[in-house]
Ligand binder design. Structure first.
Ligand code: PHB
Length: 389
C-alpha cells in the first residue's frame, strides 16, 4: 500500500490533518487501532478556542458545531463561597465554543468517508521504519493481514502511549514532564446544566468543574487522588461532594442520572523536537497538558493546521523551510499552553503533598485573577487562545 502521508492515529488530530491535506490535494491514509464506534464515543475535552472553531469552519467541517455548539463569553471562578465572572468578550473580544471532542471526531470521520478518504479502523500500527530515508514505512496489522504502508512522510498522532514517539531513535529527543498528585473523576449526567457558563471551583476538599455538553447533558469533574477507581464513588457520593465544593447561598446543583464515569490522570509533558527525519509528531503524541486550561484539543488542532501548511509547501512546492521550522514554531505555542495549564491547575487544586505555604499562594493567585483586570485579562487571553494557527 502506498500514500503520500501516513497518519498513525485517528483522533481529532489525525482526522483533521487528513482532511486538511485532502483539501490541498495531498493523499493520506489514517491508521487507527480502535473501532469507529469507540472513537466516536470516547468522552474527552469540550472547549474549542475561537481560532480552533475558525479552523474547522474554514475547512468546511464546522456546520454542526455552528448549529449545536454553545458559544460562551466567559467563565466563573468560585472559591471561599463567592463567585467571580471572567468576561472573555470584554477582556479579549473573543469567545470559546463548548462542543465535545467526540462530536468533532464524528464530523471529521463522516467528512473523510464522504470524500472517499482512507481511514482504517482496527488497524494496529506496530512499526515505523526508515524515517531517516526518503521512503518511510508504517507496518500495521489489519484483520488477518500484515500491511506495509509506504509513504513520503509519516505523522504520529497516536497519543501519549502511542508507537510513534517511541519510534524516535534513542537520544534524538528530549522530554520534560511533571505529574500531579491528583486526578479528575469525570461524570456525564443526564441533567440540564445548573449554570450558563463553566464554573471552575476551588474548595478545601479540592477542585470541581461544572461543564456541559448540551442543554440536557452536564459534564462535571471532581479532583480525586490519582489512582482512584471511578466505581469506588457511588452516584450519591459524587453529587454530595459536588454540592460541597460548589456550595453558594443562592445557587443549587441539579442532580440527574450519571451515565458515564471515568478518572483522568493529570500530567504535563513535552517532547522536543517534534520531528525526526520524515516522522512528525503532533497532538498528545508530542505533548500533554493537564485539562484545567482546556488546551489539549486546541493544541492538537493548532499543530496539525501548522503541519498541513508545512507539508503542502514541502510536498507540492518542494520548499522544506516550513517543515524544518514546524517543531520550533509549534513548541512556542505549546510552552505557553503548558504554563497556562500549570497556572490554572496549581491555582485551583489543593495539593495534600505540598507545603501549605503553596496553598496560600494559590489562593492569593485566584483572588488576584478574580479582582484585578490585568490578572483576569491574562487568564482570559490564554483561555480563549493567544494565537491563530
Ligand atoms: C469539558 O467540558 O470536558 C472540559 C471543560 C473545561 C476543561 C476541561 C474539560 O478545562
Amino acid at each position: 500500500m502506498r500514500t503520500r502521508v501516513g497518519i498513525v492515529g485517528g483522533g481529532p488530530a489525525g482526522l483533521l490533518l487528513s482532511h486538511l491535506l485532502h483539501l490541498e490535494g495531498i493523499d493520506s491514509v489514517v491508521i487507527e487501532a480502535r473501532t469507529r464506534e469507540y472513537c466516536e464515543r470516547r468522552q474527552r475535552a469540550g472547549i474549542l478556542e475561537q481560532a480552533s472553531a475558525d479552523v474547522l469552519r474554514a475547512a468546511g467541517v464546522g456546520d454542526r458545531m455552528d448549529r449545536v455548539g454553545l458559544v460562551h463569553e466567559g467563565v466563573e471562578l468560585r472559591f471561599e463561597g463567592e463567585r467571580h465572572r471572567v468576561d472573555f468578550v470584554e477582556l479579549t473580544g473573543r469567545t470559546v465554543t463548548v462542543y465535545a471532542q467526540t462530536e468533532v471526531v464524528k464530523d471529521l470521520i463522516a467528512r473523510r468517508c464522504a470524500d472517499g478518504g482512507q481511514v482504517l479502523f482496527e488497524a494496529e500500527a506496530y512499526a515505523v521504519e526508515g524515517i531517516d530515508t526518503d521512503a518511510p514505512v508504517v507496518r500495521f496489522r489489519h484483520g488477518d493481514a500484515d500491511v506495509e504502508l509506504r509513504c513520503e512522510v509519516v505523522v504520529g498522532v497516536d497519543g501519549y502511549h502511542g508507537l510513534c514517539r517511541r519510534s524516535l531513535p534513542a537520544g534524538a529527543s528530549r522530554t520534560w514532564e511533571r505529574t500531579y498528585p491528583f486526578g479528575w473523576l469525570g461524570v456525564l449526567a443526564e441533567v440540564a446544566p445548573s449554570c450558563d457558563e463553566l464554573i471552575y471551583a476551588r474548595h478545601d476538599n479540592g477542585f470541581a468543574l461544572h461543564s456541559m455538553r448540551s442543554s440536557t447533558v452536564s459534564r462535571l469533574y471532581l479532583q480525586v487522588p490519582p489512582a482512584t477507581d471511578a466505581n469506588a464513588w457511588t452516584d450519591d457520593q459524587i453529587w454530595d461532594e459536588l454540592d460541597i465544593r460548589f456550595a453558594l447561598d443562592d445557587w443549587k446543583l441539579e442532580r440527574g442520572p450519571i451515565i458515564e464515569k471515568n478518572v483522568t490522570p493529570m500530567r504535563s509533558f513535552v517532547t522536543e523536537p517534534m520531528r525526526h527525519g520524515r516522522l512528525f509528531l503532533a497532538g498528545d503524541a508530542a505533548h500533554i497538558v493537564p485539562p484545567t486550561g482546556a488546551k489539549g484539543l486546541n493544541l492538537a488542532v493548532a499543530d496539525v493546521t501548522l503541519l498541513a501548511g508545512a507539508l503542502r509547501r514541502w510536498l507540492l512546492d518542494g520548499d522544506q523551510r516550513a517543515a524544518d521550522d514546524y517543531s520550533a514554531t509549534a513548541l512556542r505555542r505549546i510552552w505557553r499552553a503548558q504554563q497556562f495549564s500549570n497556572y490554572m491547575t496549581t491555582m485551583l487544586h489543593t495539593d495534600p503533598t505540598s507545603n501549605p505555604f503553596d496553598g496560600q499562594l494559590a489562593l492569593s493567585q485566584l483572588r488576584y485573577a478574580a479582582t484585578s483586570r490585568a490578572a483576569a485579562t491574562t487568564l482570559a487571553e490564554n483561555y480563549v487562545g493567544l494565537w491563530h494557527p
